[in-house]
Ligand binder design. Structure first.
Ligand code: SF4
Ligand SMILES: [Zn+2]
Length: 356
């Protein structure tokens, strides 16, 4: 069983009570940002496509315990408007330089139920017209990465440009089942990832730092273990996503009962350092959503901005020296003592290099 029935029931209850308040904007949103491409610094053009949302979040199993993206999706999509809006934005925005295009649906771009295959094709064909576009990032759950879908992409774009981002979150099946309600296991991810790599495209797993019921200490350990599993199947990029608490989710209820503290920025700094030192060739992306806020990764409030700036710079340059601190803030001691107490009291004593 890949699902913990009681957790799934709790999640579904919360989902069903929040879904009626869902927003209905059907506009394609986009923005441009600095980005680290495989070939160096460039720009990313990010699109949020208003599909009807993630099939897993709408299923009877309730979706993931941590995810409230579904509340931003409309109930129905206007696909013609979507394609023409993307076409116009590309024409206006793609200039000289190198670009990464990110196509986010708050679900799975490759799910035909969410985005029919002919719409997927029209969008990809538009993008393929621009030489400046070196990377195209599509998000998908592993079950939608089928041979049929990959063959369709192969017909329409150079596969080396495609990167499929999969929300693996953790390579630990216990966490996937009992904390996140992901509905798939590491082995499912592994199969899909290999299929993608064989097609000539890339895979970018998202790893989630600090899901519910996992301590700060154990989550550091879990990210490091997950990275080593991912690297063992020849994946060259990982995205470390620090938890931010979405409203209308199981996690949000746990947080409101004061049973959860969002991640420390010190932990993220440590994770980035550890991974880069161990795997210098791996590209590490660490974008911090709601950084410095109560519902996002934060420290004491005084040093947050500085640490976020360092991690941002590290993501852009991949230079581990950017993570060095000139002066340590006092809250670092508090963070360390929390980790040590978690290690002694609730961890299963596996190795975290930082604390040895
Ligand atoms: S995290 Fe991803 S798979 Fe889970 S409910 Fe949200 S969009 Fe769906
Ligand atoms: Zn501080």
């Amino acid at each position: 069983m890949k699902i913990n029935k009681s957790l799934a029931e709790e999640i579904l209850k919360i989902r069903e009570s929040t879904l009626p308040s869902r927003k209905h904007s059907r506009k394609v949103t986009h923005w441009k940002e600095n980005h680290r491409l495989r070939s160096g610094k460039g720009e990313a053009l990010v699109f949020i496509l208003p599909t009807k949302g993630c099939s897993w979040a709408l299923a009877k199993s309730g979706g993931c315990s941590i995810c409230g993206y579904i509340y931003d999706n409309p109930q129905e999509s206007d696909f013609d408007m979507m394609v023409s809006s993307i076409k116009n934005t590309l024409r206006r925005t793609i200039e000289e330089g190198k670009f990464s295009i990110k196509l986010f649906t708050s679900g799975s771009f490759l799910d035909e139920n969410e985005l029919p295959i002919e719409i997927q094709t029209s969008i990809i064909q538009e993008i393929a017209k621009y030489e400046q576009i070196e990377e195209v990032v599509l998000e998908s759950r592993p079950e939608y990465v089928t041979n049929k879908i990959l063959q369709n992409l192969t017909k329409n774009i150079e596969m080396s440009k495609i990167e499929i981002a999969i929300g693996l979150e953790s390579a630990n099946n216990r966490i996937l089942k009992n904390s996140i309600n992901k509905g798939f296991f590491w082995e499912d991810f592994e199969k899909s990832a290999k299929r993608v790599l064989n097609s000539g495209a890339k895979v970018k797993p998202y790893l989630l730092f600090k899901p519910p019921f996992v301590s700060e200490y154990d989550s550091i350990k879990d990210i490091l273990q997950s990275v080593s599993k991912v690297v063992s199947i020849d994946i060259d990029t990982v995205s470390i996503n620090a938890m931010s608490i979405h409203r209308g989710t199981f996690l949000s209820e746990v947080y409101e009962q004061k049973l959860y503290r969002s991640p420390w920025l010190w932990s993220l700094l440590t994770i980035c350092k550890e991974i880069k030192q161990k795997y210098p060739e791996i590209r590490i992306i660490c974008d911090i959503v709601a950084g410095g806020k109560e519902r996002g990764a934060h420290n004491c409030g005084k040093c947050d901005e500085e640490i976020i700036r360092k991690i941002k710079k590290f993501t852009l340059t991949q230079n581990v020296d950017e993570l060095e601190e000139e002066e340590e803030c006092k809250c670092k001691e508090e963070w360390k003592s929390i980790l040590i107490s978690e290690k002694i009291n609730i961890s299963d004593y596996l190795h975290v290099p930082y604390l040895e």
